[in-house]
Design a protein around this ligand. Structure first.
Ligand code: F6R
Length: 241
């Protein structure tokens, strides 16, 4: 694993955007795996900025996202579809972008369909990831096994509780989500994981320097042959000496 230590969130975002740009320059028709959340917002902003300056061209790039809430329509401002359009897709010339379809009723069919899309694209060249405080990647929460393929997850009570502030009432908070599995993520040719903040220092240590266990889903990345961790000083402040 390569580790890039940056001063702060902005520097992390620039470094990550540089790595994504390099991927797009080296393989203009690449498949990028993308994430939502607060970690990649700065990275997307930087990519949009370079696109506006004419420094990067996404005309042949296809993207696949990690996850999506089940049951939210695309125009719901809490859907990941909405997030990706707001932060990236509406501002650059990406050729095609895919997310799991949260409105599809038949979960099994949707998950199978999403795996098929990824396979038909030839797999993911570079997968961008954020890291949850409990070590989750995508919506793969701590468990007693590593889920292989795209699947439907029941959101933990804690997550539903934390999300309720974004909705009119707790009844509107989605109870389930579709997410790439750990196997899907591990099949990406390269992984780029970005982490910032002192509140993630313990999980960075546990995930990348602790035992490989499904109770810390990101720990499986230690077995991937091409992982780059870009993290700020605060997130790297508790590594083993
Ligand atoms: C987002 C995702 C999540 C986040 C993780 C970190 O698509 O799948 O695993 O990457 O929860 O979230 P932030 O970046 O908000 O700390």
């Amino acid at each position: 694993m390569k580790i890039y230590k940056t001063k702060n969130y902005d520097a992390m975002s620039r470094t990550a955007a540089n790595i994504i740009s390099a991927q797009v320059i080296m393989k203009p028709n690449c498949v990028l795996g993308l994430a939502t959340g607060s970690s990649p917002i700065g990275t997307y902003k930087q990519l949009v900025d370079w696109y506006n300056k004419g420094d990067i061209n996404f005309a042949q790039v296809t993207t696949v996202n990690l996850d999506e809430y089940r049951g939210l329509t695309r125009d719901n401002d809490q859907s990941y579809y909405y997030f990706m359009h707001k932060n990236l897709f509406d501002h650059v010339n990406i050729k095609a972008s895919y997310l799991p379809d949260g409105t599809r009723e038949d979960a099994e069919e949707e998950c199978h369909h999403y795996e098929e899309i990824i396979r038909s694209l030839g797999g993911v060249d570079l997968q961008l990831l954020g890291l949850g405080h409990n070590g989750h990647i995508g919506f793969n929460e701590p468990a007693d096994h590593f889920p292989k393929e795209t699947h439907c997850v029941d959101l933990q009570e804690r997550t539903i509780e934390a999300n309720k502030r974004f909705f009119a009432s707790i009844d509107d908070v989605p109870r389930q989500a579709y997410t790439m599995g750990i196997g899907t993520i591990m099949r990406a040719r390269k992984i780029l994981i970005i982490v910032s903040g002192e509140d993630k220092a313990d999980i960075v240590r546990d995930a990348f320097f602790g035992p490989i266990t499904p109770t810390v889903p990101a720990s499986i990345l230690q077995l991937h042959p091409d992982v780059t961790l870009v993290a700020d000083e605060a997130a790297l402040s508790r590594l083993p000496q």
